[in-house]
Design a protein around this ligand. Sequence first.
Ligand code: ITT
Ligand code: NA
Length: 176
Amino acid sequence: MLRFVTSNAGKAREASQYLPEAVERVDYDYPEIQSDSLEAIATAGARDAYREIGEPVFVDDSGLFIDALGGFPGPYSSYVDEKLGIERVQALAAREENDRARFRTVVAYADDDGVETFEGTVRGRIVAPRGSGGFGYDPIFEHRGQTFAEMSPEEKNAVSHRGRALAAFGDWLAER
Ligand code: ITT
Ligand code: NA
């Protein structure tokens, strides 16, 4: 059994579909350090959550990086979603010629041996919102003609940043 420390139900759903072991969600809101690096945020979060909970845990820190906006909102994606909302982020991006963006996830796993991180990236374009699946920025992120919110959970996991990070994590767990 794996413990996933997250306040985000959408992340937890995707992880349980992907990993070979059962995933239990732990709703502990670990303090997030401020950093431009998802690796640093995830590593500090996993270490803190492991200390707090006393059992091996993993966390997921993710962000949407819009090329024309210098990678904004990036590590601040959660804050920007909360304060502006995805429609206003899309409106900002629509003023630019270059519509390219990427999603990134860093999964960090902590146990007695320390912290291991696993990364996943997917490239796409920012478009006007479409679809009702997924969560967060999914309606404005298009990959090969479909937004992530138009995909089934399986379709999204097969190509997504989180799917790729979890696949690397799963391989590592299996080889351990
Ligand atoms: P945690 O408790 O796990 O930290 P969170 O929602 O605060 O949950 P992050 O700090 O990683 O997660 O913030 C990432 C932001 O990007 C947040 O607004 C998410 O909704 C959004 N996001 C993350 N993964 C996404 C995905 O696969 N599709 C769309 N939006 C995503
Ligand atoms: Na967070």
